[in-house]
Design a protein around this ligand. Sequence first.
Ligand SMILES: [Zn+2]
Length: 347
Amino acid sequence: MRRLCSYNAASAGLLMLMATSGTATAQEFAGREKLRSHSAEFRREVIKVTNGVWVAVGFSDANSVLIEGEGGSIVVDTTSDVEDARAVKAEFAKLSTAPVRAIIYTHLHPDHTGGGGVFAGNDGPEILAHRLLVDRVPDVGRNGRDGGDQFGSTLPDALFINAGTGLEFGRHPAPSAYVAPTRTFSGDRLDLTIAGVRLQLFHTPGETRENVAVWLPDRRVLLPGDDFYRSFPNLYAIRGARLRPIEQWIASLGLMVDLGADHLVPGHTRPVLGSANVRAALTTYRDGIKSVLDQTLGAGRQPLPAGILWNRGLVGARHLRRLCRVVRWQPDEALPSARKGPGGPSH
Ligand SMILES: [Zn+2]
């Protein structure tokens, strides 16, 4: 028997997979209905955040954001692949026919960069990212079964509910249209104006070392990349990836709290609207991550308790929920070949 335990990029929390022989059928587990209800986060919709800012949710694993400027627009993150990007681009075309002047990648993960070429089209936009996006060794980890387990990419339909950060990831792979950045920045921050829109790009290491948060000071909108979404993150992705920079992640979230945004548009899940809600969401998330770090370091060589022990202020926090499940699963060889990959892990 092979037993795997993975943070389901989500929500959703801990997904425990047991590979056994036998037929896969829907199983009950504690939190099943919560996990089902979490699928509402990925209801397909283009949401107006504020004047001139929209986010496409539920078209792909990750979100894509349209910012309208004067005579041009800006796209932040580009979905996973050609098919998803085309679907979002068609929706954005209903809102703005202006050419795309810039594309910003918040980080390298394929669910944010795979549709770049589709959005660029023939507009010749500048493609922006932090320098680390092109310098670093990609930490996507192991492909195939090991990476796919993280998202339930190979889980039989009867057992699959959602992928935590998206409705699904890697279950219906399509070609990538990644295009490399044309302009990068090093250091902590880049200020620029594109199509009349003032932008501040902050280097905010967290889920990835190159993560960039995009701040629109005139519209009070913050795009944190994947340093925040409405589910507890993988502090370590158990797919062979490098350990994530947890202390920097905590600092990055602190920086974001201090910006005092009115609207928070994460790389996954629906936006958080209202300054009090944004502050609460970011603060709780930062404190939750710090709590895990503190407990881990405090445990030293002692084994950690089976569950995370939230302090009183964090108990019940929606974005820190942990939904644990155990599923009985067919071994690799019993799965149809289409179910075996490519995994394409990102979170
Ligand atoms: Zn992502």
